[in-house]
Design a protein around this ligand. Structure first.
Ligand SMILES: Nc1ncnc2c1ncn2[C@@H]1O[C@H](COP(=O)(O)OP(=O)(O)OP(=O)(O)O)[C@@H](O)[C@H]1O
Length: 274
């Protein structure tokens, strides 16, 4: 098994509008197994387009104009993501990769209990599981994300925003994916809740060994949670290095500008999460 989970080569995406928008330009990167890779950059630099594009989650007018994405499965198989047909793609998205969207906690069904909604994931994607096995798996998930099994019969409105977002993380974790893509997963939450959840994501990836692509414009937050950070500007990755290196010795002028735009409250990088 290689220590690379996902290889992206010369990946480009254009929004075919008038005039066309070149949202991602010739991006190449290797995501390592078990790492948290932060994707940072100003609004509109192409973070979301890149992260969705490598999973082929983009819809028209987005067009992938160039590039190759290979997923190095834990089984040893190399999966050429661009070559998957619609059925294979659906399975790939649930089994291998999962996504936590910005504001995902508001996408829970308001009239179903969270237990039932988690149960649904197994019912659809693991048809071989019995009712009892599904229930046990849901209880386990609720414990893992620290929502607690006693919330099994709660409705979304009975939970805080942070708890609901934990339920979404449980859902993303359900089928034990090898990659989790998180797009501003904690932006809507207050800082303390946000930190708690981030700490937990970091612990879970150690426990379960999945990799995380974490998208946010909040660079200080990325410095704390990420192993490596890719800085994007105008569709390109201008710098990709360890969080320590980005903080202590940024190479690119734009990275420096981006760092300077955040106040250094302590003068030191607070590595509280690792
Ligand atoms: N459906 C679309 N049609 C046309 N242009 C689009 C579309 N979606 C995104 N874009 C453009 O593509 C570029 C990259 O957008 P993208 O959303 O990937 O950036 P981002 O870095 O994720 O920004 P944000 O942090 O605001 O989500 C931007 O110039 C944006 O305006």
């Amino acid at each position: 098994m290689t220590d690379t989970l996902l290889s992206v080569r010369d990946f480009s995406v254009v929004y075919d509008v008038d005039p066309p928008v070149q949202a991602v330009r010739d991006v190449s990167l290797d995501l390592k197994r078990g790492e948290i890779l932060g994707l940072a950059g100003e609004s509109g630099c192409g973070k979301t387009t890149l992260a969705y594009g490598v999973q082929r989650l983009l819809k028209a007018p987005a067009v992938i104009t160039n590039g190759r994405v290979v997923f190095h499965d834990a089984s040893g198989e190399d999966i050429d993501v661009n070559a998957l047909d619609a059925d294979e793609m659906r399975r790939f998205r649930w089994d291998k990769v999962s996504m936590v969207f910005q504001g995902a906690m508001n996408s829970l069904n308001p009239v179903a209990t969270i237990g039932a909604q988690l149960d649904d994931v197994f019912e659809v994607h693991r048809p071989g599981m019995s009712k009892g096995e599904r229930r046990a798996a849901v209880v386990e998930l609720l414990e893992i994300v620290k929502v607690g099994a006693q919330r099994y019969r709660s409705y979304p409105h009975e939970l805080s925003g942070g708890m609901r977002q934990r339920v979404m993380i449980a859902m993303a974790l359900a089928l034990r994916p090898q990659l989790m893509v998180m797009d501003e997963p904690t932006t809507a939450l207050d800082v303390l809740v946000q930190r708690e959840i981030l700490k937990q994501i970091s612990a879970l990836r150690h426990e379960f060994g999945f990799s995380v692509v974490f998208i946010t414009h909040d660079l200080p937050l990325l410095l704390e949670i990420s192993d490596r950070i890719a800085i994007m500007r105008d569709g390109r990755i201008v710098e990709l290095a360890t969080a320590e290196r980005i903080w202590n010795d940024p190479q690119d002028a734009y990275t420096k500008t981006l760092l300077e735009s955040f106040p250094r409250l302590t003068g030191e990088k607070g590595m509280v999460l690792r």
